[in-house]
Write a protein that binds this ligand. Structure first.
Ligand code: SAH
Length: 562
């Protein structure tokens, strides 16, 4: 029996929902809360208390005996947001109950007993199939005990704590072989295998599937490491192949006959050449993205054989994530950026940006920090690490593609690495949100730094923006060594805009010492601007309304008077 205790109207409403769904499993304890909890604790195997954890801890503390016999206790907060497994997680079934209650009430189950961890810390984000004694090995990783790491394939893994990688009886093994996990061993199955498939028209799915499975089995390979099936475009809709991919739970990729013809294969033949225009489908499709041919073309056992397949182990590809951290505030860092920071084993970035997110990194992350100015070197380092097969994250403030590291890095990068871009809130947008709505119509960003761009180019662009009446945000507006560029740029804009044109100046947007000011083209003192600042100059339609900078969405009224 599950005893239900609540103290408030909201709690009672949630309690009644449980009682309605589980009429035979629950008993409602009314009356003074302390008394209700004591009675329920004595009479029930489990309790759900719609009370703060603090209150419940105080009430049950004197009642606790031993974890084999105490009831499991779950607390649900008043807002119904969390179902906390408080005591008796395993023996008392509170973990399971928290999940069930969470499901029913739409509350997140909160389970803190570590052996319930579903993945090896660090490796739980990969989305790889995992086999073996995950609970024991996770425990060992968490407890800082030595854990052996056996990488049969090099694969871009996240950072692992320093206790992982020492000889030990607990073991993490990355393999695509069809082996069974030993005791205290976890097998990670990277998506390393590609199966090329050819099939005659209407080849039955059982035949295609049987062929793939026996090819993998005979070669001692695990179907759990299958990344994709590959074939020729003409067979993209071949029902047997499509259904085989579906049943295996992997995507089907296809290539043109022309692309496949260009692949060097050991067993070309005339039959596919006549049928689909390439001397090889299975081998060529499997090999097209490179890799090692583990199983050359083989035919199904049926007479006549209607399917062929070949198996390739892909070369591991390094991973370069180019991540924008946003303007500074932690809550303007996107969840995706956070996930990428935790997905990496190597981090490359400017020291001041590393400081911004250091606490989010996994222990064991290798930091390659450098000071201002070393952009090219940082870009090269990041790419070189990724090409070694590492999972690298290259960070930049705001958006990493805006006056930042993405372009130098991608100019260096070859197509043998995967590149993942994560957008960030760039300074112009962070500043605009503070100022009001200055970017409501067409706008440009112009960097006033002439360190890498000749001033003539910058000036030409400022002039074009001035003539086109476009709202302008200046990045890198002014530094100690560069003080005449901003006044010059403002003067160009002033040639086409009134001195009363609104100008927003935002310094350290979203950081602890954020400040902003709304002034005018005529009133702005450039000396008050520095490198931590962006300056947004309105166009002829921009207005100051109730202390905010607003550029109307349309200005048809200007183009068409009346
Ligand atoms: N990648 C960054 C821009 C790098 S250029 C981004 O997308 O925001 C550096 C310039 O950006 C600075 O000189 C300043 O003009 C501007 N900047 C960056 N962060 C800022 C912030 N939090 N507040 C105001 N300006 C900022």
């Amino acid at each position: 029996m599950i005893g239900l205790i609540s103290a408030t109207a909201a709690g009672s409403a949630a309690r009644d929902r449980l009682a309605a769904v589980w009429p035979d499993r629950v008993r409602v304890y009314d009356g003074p809360v302390g008394d209700a909890v004591r009675r329920a604790f004595a009479e029930c195997e489990q309790l759900v208390c719609f009370l703060a954890t603090g209150a419940v801890v105080r009430l049950i503390a004197p009642l606790l005996g031993d974890k084999a016999s105490d009831p499991g206790v779950v607390c649900v907060d008043e807002g119904g947001r969390f179902a906390v497994s408080l005591v008796g997680g395993h023996g008392g079934g509170a973990n399971e109950l928290a999940r069930e209650v969470g499901e029913l009430l739409g509350a997140a189950p909160v389970v803190t007993t570590a052996t319930d961890a579903v993945g090896v810390p660090g490796l739980d984000t990969l989305g790889f199939p995992v086999e073996g004694d995950v609970a024991s090995v996770s425990r060992a990783v968490l407890d800082g005990e030595p854990v052996e790491l056996d990488l049969e394939l090099s694969w871009p893994l996240p950072a692992l704590p320093s206790n992982v990688g020492r000889p030990a009886s607990d073991r993490i093994r990355l393999t695509d072989r069809a082996v069974e996990p030993a005791g205290r061993e976890v097998l990670l199955r990277p998506p390393s295998l590609v199966v090329g498939v050819g099939a005659s028209k209407n080849a039955p799915v059982e035949e295609v599937l049987g062929l793939i499975e026996s090819a993998l089995h005979d070669a001692g390979l695990s179907v759990k490491s299958l990344a994709e099936l590959a074939t020729v475009d003409a067979k993209a809709g071949e029902p047997g192949i499509v259904a085989a991919a579906e049943r295996l739970g992997v995507p089907l990729v296809t290539y043109s006959a022309e692309e496949l013809t260009g692949v060097d294969v050991p067993n070309p033949s005339d039959a596919p050449l006549a049928a689909v225009g390439t001397p090889s489908v299975a081998e060529a499709a499997a090999l097209l993205r490179g890799g090692e041919l583990l199983v050359p073309k083989r035919k199904s056992a049926a007479q006549p054989a209607m399917a062929t397949c070949a198996v390739v182990r892909r070369p591991a590809r390094g991973r370069l994530a180019v991540v924008g951290l946003g303007p500074g505030a932690r809550d303007l860092l996107t969840p995706r950026a956070k996930a990428e920071l935790r997905r990496a084993s190597v981090l490359v970035g400017l020291d001041q940006y590393v400081d911004q997110i250091r606490d989010l990194l996994r222990p064991g992350t290798r930091l390659l920090e450098s000071g201002l100015g070393a952009e090219e070197e940082r870009a090269r380092t990041a790419v070189a690490e990724a090409r070694k097969g590492q999972a690298v994250v290259l960070i930049g403030s705001g958006d990493a593609g805006v006056y930042a590291m993405a372009s130098p890095a991608l100019a260096e990068a070859s197509d043998d690495i995967d590149v993942i871009g994560v957008p960030g809130v760039t300074a112009a947008l962070a500043a605009a949100a503070i100022l009001g709505a200055p970017l409501g119509h067409d706008h440009v960003s112009i960097s006033l730094s002439d360190l890498h761009t000749p001033w003539e180019v910058i000036e030409r662009r400022v002039r074009a923006a001035a003539e086109a009446d476009i709202v302008v945000t200046f990045y890198n507006p002014r530094s100690r060594g560069r003080d005449w560029q901003l006044p010059k740029a403002l003067a160009i804009l002033a040639g086409h805009r009134e001195p009363t044109t609104p100008v927003g100046v935002v310094r350290n947007a979203s950081r602890a010492d954020e400040s902003s000011r709304l002034t005018t083209l005529g009133g702005l003192d450039p000396a008050t601007v520095d490198m931590m600042t962006v300056v947004t100059v309105g166009n002829t339609a921009t207005r100051q309304i109730a202390g905010r900078m607003v550029t109307p969405r349309g200005y048809r009224w200007q183009e068409e008077p009346n």
